[in-house]
Ligand binder design. Structure first.
Ligand code: UDP
Ligand code: MG
Length: 157
């Protein structure tokens, strides 16, 4: 199954939304196959947000991500990258559609509750950035026949 990275950002930790966010992906039918709480630092954030380094508020974005520990999760499922990204919603919480995480819990561009990978390629890079290989667990669950049709159960690592 495809895998993607979700980060529960400091704003969500402070606002006690951890359970709410994890529950959404569980209920959707995605499989949690890696999770840990970590304190991010400037070095890893400079890599993770390198595409924003030209912005005048790059420092502010990184400080926001270092404000307290975050939770990094690996979610697996068919088309997991797109599924998680769609459930995340638009970057700007004020524009994000209701029903998405940002649409329901954010009124900010920066303080937008979660990060999710935006492509299959970036998901691989980002998972490798935040997890050692042995921290991603591969295991079967019993209910796949009720979550997917037979031909949707693409097995890969
Ligand atoms: N961000 C911001 N102002 C901007 C663009 C981005 O504060 O104008 C922050 C915001 O927290 C966002 C993160 O930087 O989630 C990464 O930006 P990106 O464009 O990759 O958005 P995302 O993929 O998170 O929707
Ligand atoms: Mg992004």
């Amino acid at each position: 199954m495809e895998k993607t990275l979700l980060i529960i950002k400091p704003g969500a930790i402070q606002r006690e939304l951890i359970g709410e966010i994890i529950t959404r992906f569980e209920r959707k039918g995605l499989q949690l196959c890696g999770i840990k709480m970590i304190q991010l630092d400037d070095k890893i954030l400079s890599e993770h947000y390198a595409h924003l380094s030209h912005l005048p508020f790059f420092g502010r974005i990184k400080r926001s991500m270092m404000a307290c520990p975050v939770i990094v999760c690996c979610w697996a499922g068919a088309d997991a990258v797109n599924v998680v990204r769609n459930m995340t919603g638009k970057t700007n919480g004020r524009e994000a559609v209701a029903g998405t995480i940002r649409g329901d819990f954010s009124v900010s561009v920066q303080e937008n509750i979660v990060h999710s990978s935006d492509s299959v390629e970036n998901a691989k890079t980002e998972l490798a950035r935040f997890f050692r290989p042995d921290e991603i667990l591969h295991f079967t669950t019993n209910n796949n026949n009720f979550i997917y049709a037979e031909d949707e159960q693409i097995s890969n690592v």
